[in-house]
Write a new protein. Structure first.
Length: 193
């Protein structure tokens, strides 16, 4: 998360104008995107209906971004909406006067390096009572990262098997995470930072 927050801070808040619809970089923002970071944090703390609107707006923004951006199948291929909201919450607490649309745009820019560029089938990883569904290309990248860290010795095929489960458990233990053997959000957050 630190790398994402630093990238957001360094990018400033120009991401939204980079995707502007007119030649003079003007466009209309609909819905919760008009809110401020301060309001987002307040509504998130209250778990209000307005917070649900922020979440829906974020999901719609990401979907539209995926649809309209070249070489982007999914800008956030392993991050769920709760994790993305936590990134935004952290940023918004430090920048309460920033427009929510600008915070989201900057976060999207920071996610560029790990986006999924091409379509990928979904794979289910199951261990014990737990199950995680993720894209095969993401699982292949996880295997490569685990290999680079010395936890995985097989080829990176994007399939979840016993070797991948053991490598994830070993990695989780090295980071003092619950050793589930699954590529859950906490594990992936650590692996991708």
């Amino acid at each position: 998360m630190n790398r994402i927050l630093v990238a957001i801070a360094c990018l400033g808040f120009f991401a939204s104008s980079a995707l502007a619809a007119t030649t003079d970089q003007k466009y209309v923002i609909k819905g919760a995107g008009n809110g401020t970071c301060e309001r987002f944090v307040s509504e998130r703390e209250a778990q209000s209906q307005a917070y649900t609107l922020f979440g829906g707006w974020l999901a719609g923004y990401i979907t539209a971004y995926n649809q309209l951006t070249d070489e982007t199948f999914d800008i956030a291929p392993w991050q769920n909406l709760d994790l993305l909201a936590a990134f935004l919450d952290n940023f918004c607490r430090q920048n309460p006067d920033v427009a929510f649309v600008s915070a989201v745009g900057a976060m999207i820019s920071a996610l560029q390096p790990t986006r999924l560029r091409t379509a990928s089938e979904k794979i289910e990883a199951a261990a014990g009572d737990g199950r995680v569904t993720l894209f095969r290309n993401v699982l292949r990248d996880i295997q490569i990262r685990l290999t680079d860290l010395g936890h995985y010795q097989s080829g990176a095929d994007g399939l979840y098997g016993e070797g991948t489960r053991r490598a994830l458990e070993e990695y989780q233990q090295s980071k003092a995470l619950p050793p589930t053997g699954l590529p859950d959000q906490r594990t992936l957050f650590e692996l991708y930072r």
